[in-house]
Design a protein around this ligand. Sequence first.
Ligand code: DSN
Length: 421
Amino acid sequence: MTQAPFWGPDFQALDAEDPEIAGILLSELDRLRSGLQLIASENYTSPAVLAALGSTLSNKYAEGYPGRRYYGGCAEVDKAENIGIERAKQLFGAEHANLQPHSGASANIAVYGAFVKPGEKVLAMSLPHGGHLTHGSAVNFSGKWFDVISYGVRQDTELIDYDQVRDLARQHRPKMIICGATAYPRLIDFAAFREIADEVDAKLMVDAAHFIGLVAGKAIPSPVPYADVVSFTTHKVLRGPRGGMIVCREEHAKAIDKAVFPMMQGGPLMHAVAAKAVALKEAATPAYQDYAAQVVANSKALAEGLAEEGMRPVSGGTDTHLSLLDLQPLGVTGAEAEERSDAAGITLNKNAIPYDPQKPMIGSGIRVGTACVTTQGMGPVEMKEISTLIGRAIRTESPAEAAAIRQDVSGLVSKFPAYPR
Ligand code: DSN
């Protein structure tokens, strides 16, 4: 502690001034504490990250980069950003890092801005096969402004079809190839993507939003040695504040920095930049490596447990923090499963499965992730218990049974409190 008092998060001040919003914050905390959070893209940030987020750094305008700002008074925020940049470079073995993107989608817009002109070709994974909106969806800037060609997974294995990727790359010669997904449970062969990109002289962008935390914790291989640029969010397994980040080769540093600011964003969120720096420090510890390994072990245990409950793990299992479960064997849709789980205090999301016969808003599957429950300290024994709870929840339409499951969920999470009182 360098100084007191610290004008940081002050719940009492909020409660006195705005009890309506304060009440919502408390109810949300209760929701986190009393239920199971299995959304694969969420996690519980540490109190240290939350303190940086709730700090006066939120007040500072700092357009530009450390040492080259458009406003005075940036000496302190410069220090925070420089520390964060160094930590990111060190943690990921990267030549350059930009901590300013407000989100993963913003980071991706910047990468397109750096490497591709409107109308040019990009090759990326289709959303229905596990990609992301920013990988060429027709309703997103990527699909509207760029000519995006999509690859997918094979119907028999549900693994990325690398032959298709190569064929499409040869046929269309895209300026950029994107790999990375939001609902793909398996490891991605970055070396294969690099080889294909080199063959057609394309840039390789890895959108590592989902799995970068596992990379940071050395639980899975890193895309950094293979990619021109790696974009990601900081709030998933990585357990940082909500936001985005980009790491890249030095040769692209200028183009990426210019694309983030001034092309795509104005003033950076310096409280979020500082919070990212805190999360990067936490992610460089042996404790975080243990956490990342446990996230994967729990994910495998959860997928196995859910298979025993009659759900079919897409691709046969998982290598990462998430699983995709096909519910067709149970005769339940993804939307029904999401709703029934919610009624039982289990938060997860419906998801399309590859070659899904259902519309996206219904979906034949669910996606579950183990970042939150692992942060709470749960292990394989609890994953088995969670599988049983999900199985019971998905099978029932009875409000009484949902209430009974909710009680059991509450009993389980009370032993592993999120944000202990
Ligand atoms: N919305 C995120 C997810 O849930 O995967 C991706 O942006």
